[in-house]
Design a binder for this molecule. Structure first.
Ligand SMILES: Cc1cc2nc3c(=O)[nH]c(=O)nc-3n(C[C@H](O)[C@H](O)[C@H](O)COP(=O)(O)OP(=O)(O)OC[C@H]3O[C@@H](n4cnc5c(N)ncnc54)[C@H](O)[C@@H]3O)c2cc1C
Length: 431
């Protein structure tokens, strides 16, 4: 289906896939046995495999689709190193020391990722561009100001308030009521990052096998026998790295992950002068709504990449594209004449406590539940999981501590999602 506002070569796949070819995986024969089997070839799975293969463990990574097909090549490329719950909420739940540790380690993960990309020389347009958090109401602006002025001791960040009368230096929009700049946040090209990471992981000796879906897991004396669409494989260690795509083969994890669709569009390339006017500093942007929108310019600066959730229930991204474009035009009405070149969606893995989790259940290792901050946290938790499998102390991670919760009658299908989205949309309108 093409609309009047879509370009002639309009594509229903991630913008990033047009910039970076889907990675080759070479020989796709499944070995009969392996030391470590990783299910899922996104950032979590590859970072884990990079560690275990690098230490000489025979490591096999499988993916039901092409390598990196999940969120790791579909996301917005915005990197924060922040977890969703704030210090006060975490303190109430776990006490102040744990609250501090959780926030601190997530922020350290951002530094860790920057160093990793630099040390490994991964060509992925990584930039410390900073984020503008835009207030969608005067009340939310006051709340941003208060949060910048009253930061928990030891967790202070350099946050800069931008009043509405000054915000043209950040964004050419009258929709917002000022905002906050956090200079630490970064951006990258997610598919390029994935391709570089995969190249490195395979160079370190891991085998990545695409189009190989895990269909059954059986525990035995040697570890696990895993059935796949390409035969069975015996493994000593098993890692689940399926996040928002966690399915019935791992019911325990599935009962703990809430898959929520996030939808994106890309505009056709604009004149650079016009794109510069829109967001002069090339930062990443998100706003204060609970049903958040996020946007940025593409690494070449010419296209706007805009994401969010506009439908109450999951939808075909082509069907919800007019509503997503309307949301973009509410913020940037001057883009009425700019055509849309891509639209796509993916399933973000949320959790009931809004925290990512790393652990072992019945001998099976897992890391997942990044709640939309997975570029940094999936990379970091995947790395920690790999180190844990090697028995290294550096693998210790505070995200192993909180209990990975589920809810009665939840089986992986979020029947409550429609009502929650409606509720949060209403709260956004009232705040
Ligand atoms: C539209 C969108 C925008 C986002 N924007 C951002 C952002 O700007 N910043 C940010 O930090 N995060 C963002 N995220 C989230 C981020 O992309 C994810 O948290 C991260 O990529 C998770 O990586 P992962 O390796 O854990 O999972 P994924 O990359 O999702 O990989 C899971 C893989 O498991 C495979 N799989 C599932 N079941 C099986 C099976 N049975 N057998 C074999 N393989 C299986 C899937 O095919 C999939 O490839 C966004 C997500 C979406 C969808």
């Amino acid at each position: 289906m093409n609309y009047t506002f879509t370009s002639e070569d309009f594509k229903t796949e991630p913008y990033w896939w047009g910039q970076t070819l889907r990675p080759e995986t070479g020989d796709s024969r499944l070995p009969a046995e392996t030391d470590v089997l990783v299910i899922g070839s996104g950032y979590t799975g590859l970072h884990c495999a990079l560690e275990t293969a690098g230490a000489g463990r025979q490591t096999t990574v499988i993916d039901a689709e092409t390598a990196g097909w999940g969120c790791s090549t579909r996301n917005g490329g915005q990197i924060s190193g922040e977890i969703k719950p704030g210090y006060d909420e975490l303190s109430q739940r776990y006490g102040t020391a744990d609250a501090f540790a959780l926030i601190k380690e997530a922020r350290n993960a951002l530094d860790w990722l920057g160093e990793f990309v630099e040390e490994q020389n991964i060509d992925c347009d990584y930039r410390q561009c900073g984020r503008f958090i835009a207030a969608h109401s005067p009340r939310q602006f006051r709340s941003l100001v208060a949060s910048a002025q009253h930061q928990p001791a030891g967790l202070e960040q350099d946050l800069r308030i931008v009043a509405v009368q000054d915000q043209a230096s950040e964004i050419d929009s009258e929709y917002y009521h000022g905002g906050l700049v956090n200079d630490r946040h970064c951006s990258l090209d997610p598919a390029k990052y994935h391709a570089g990471l995969m190249h490195l992981t395979m160079k370190n000796g891991a085998q990545v096998i695409a189009h190989c879906q895990a269909t059954g897991i059986e525990r035995n004396s040697g570890g696990f026998k895993v059935s796949t669409s390409r035969g069975t494989i015996q493994t000593r260690e098993l890692v689940i790295a399926t996040n928002g795509y966690t399915g019935s083969v791992t019911p325990w994890q599935r009962r703990r992950i809430i898959p929520i669709g996030s939808y994106m569009l890309a505009t056709e390339p604009m004149d650079l002068a016009r794109a510069n006017q829109l967001m002069p500093r090339q930062r990443v942007f998100s706003d204060t709504r609970k049903v958040v929108v996020y946007f940025r310019r593409s690494p070449d600066g010419r296209s706007l990449l805009f994401g969010g959730r506009v439908s109450v229930f999951e939808s075909d991204p082509v069907k919800s594209l007019p509503a997503l474009r309307q949301e973009m035009l509410r913020i940037f009405p001057q883009l009425e004449d700019v055509r849309i070149s891509h639209t796509w969606m993916g399933f973000v893995g949320y959790t009931f406590d809004y925290l990512p989790h790393l652990g072992v259940e019945d001998g099976v290792h897992y890391a997942m539940g990044y709640c939309g901050s997975g570029i940094c946290l999936a990379s970091y938790l995947g790395n920690r999981l790999g180190l844990q499998l090697l028995g290294k102390a550096e693998g210790d991670c505070v995200f192993s501590d909180p209990k990975f919760q589920t809810r009665p009658w939840y089986n992986g299908k979020p029947w409550f999602l429609g009502a929650s989205v409606r509720y949060y949309q209403m709260r956004d309108r009232l705040s």
